[in-house]
Design a protein around this ligand. Structure first.
Ligand code: ZN
Length: 352
């Protein structure tokens, strides 16, 4: 699989600017600085961490019926994601958040946009010269979806007392020279958001790692939440002790694939999460994870499609190759062939 195409960066940047300029004014439920969180309506809010193998796709259904999809899995996950939406009687997406431009997060974004009405897209605004990202932007343009570039403190009122707030990326964007070995700009500039509904809150981190966590802590971002969507599929470079201390999370959910070659989730990250005393859920072992709440933080239900023993949950995976000495994005060819996937949907891609 070769998703990278060189030489189209300028065209993409121009397209991004045009999309942003054309649509920014029309975004009806976006506010730069949100008012006080409205009281919860008491109706149910649900969060579905879909099982898309080694990638992310998270559906939020707000109490008033507004819907958010955070990422759209890998290429070839389109049917699965659209089927999950249908199962939950979702016939449109109010806000599609593309945390960053890697194929395991926007892989099927074009299929979702072409398959169901998507009203708004929130993107990191970091240009990316890949065919996947280009297809995503083309679908946005062709379907007339409103494009919004993420900035800290933007809020999106989901109705019924639920709200999304953007915490990152923080400008100026991280550049390659600022990143640790093995780190990369799309991950470091991931869109990080928090979901609030009454007392309930969830932090959605994309593939942000410790450097991004540190920057948010320094900026005084509100990181404390009931549930953490663990950064970067449980990479050892994410979920730092500092984040876990500030976040005071009760539950952590990891979205990753059983056949991944990156060592996700890593034993190191799991050790830190365990030391922080969180309850752990994993899509690779438990399938789709569903979180429901009526806005009371002491009344939150979380369940997986399947049971997994505690011992199994806390066991990390080993990377097929050590990436700590590498700089830049870890390319597909840097790893050997993936272990044989159990089914088509769990096939690894060129992103991590
Ligand atoms: Zn990823």
């Amino acid at each position: 699989m070769a998703h990278t195409r060189r030489g189209c960066g300028c065209a993409l940047a121009v397209l991004l600017v045009v999309l942003a300029a054309a649509s920014a004014a029309y975004f009806y439920f976006q506010r730069r600085t949100g008012p006080q969180l409205p009281p919860p309506s008491g109706a149910e809010l649900s969060v579905h961490v879909l099982d898309v193998g080694q990638g992310d796709s998270i559906l939020i259904i707000a109490p008033g019926g507004k819907t958010v999809l955070v990422d759209a899995g890998n290429p070839r996950n389109g049917k699965k994601i659209l089927a999950a939406l249908q199962r939950s009687n979702v016939d449109h997406i109010d806000l599609l958040i593309a945390t960053h431009a890697h194929a395991d997060h926007i892989g099927s974004a074009d299929e979702v946009i072409n398959g169901i009405t998507v009203k708004n897209v929130l993107d990191s605004g970091v240009p990316n010269a890949t065919k996947n990202y280009e297809d995503f932007l083309k679908a946005i343009e062709q379907k007339g979806v409103t494009y919004v570039a993420a900035t800290p403190d933007q809020t999106f009122d989901l109705g019924g007392g639920a709200r999304i707030t953007v915490l990152a990326p923080v400008q100026p964007f991280f550049t390659k020279d600022q990143l640790r070995s093995g780190g990369n700009e799309p991950n470091a500039n991931s869109v990080v958001t928090r979901l609030d509904y009454g007392d309930f809150s969830m932090l959605l981190t994309g593939d942000a790692e410790a450097q991004t966590e540190q920057r948010m802590i320094q900026k005084g971002a509100r990181l404390e939440a009931d549930v953490l969507k663990v950064g970067h599929h449980g990479s050892r470079y994410a979920s730092s002790e500092d984040l876990l201390r500030v976040g005071k999370f009760k539950t952590a959910v990891i979205s990753c694939g059983a056949d991944n070659r990156y060592g996700h989730p890593s034993p190191e990250a799991l050790d830190r999460l365990k030391a922080a005393g969180v309850k752990l859920f994993r899509t690779d072992l438990q399938g789709e994870l569903t979180i429901t709440t009526r806005g009371k933080s002491d009344d939150v239900q979380i369940r997986g499609e399947r049971e997994a023993a505690s011992q199994e949950l806390w066991a990390g995976r080993a990377a097929q190759k050590d990436d700590s000495a590498r700089s830049g994005f870890i390319q597909y060819g840097d790893f050997g062939p993936a272990p044989k996937p159990k089914d088509q949907s769990k096939k690894a891609t060129n992103s991590k």
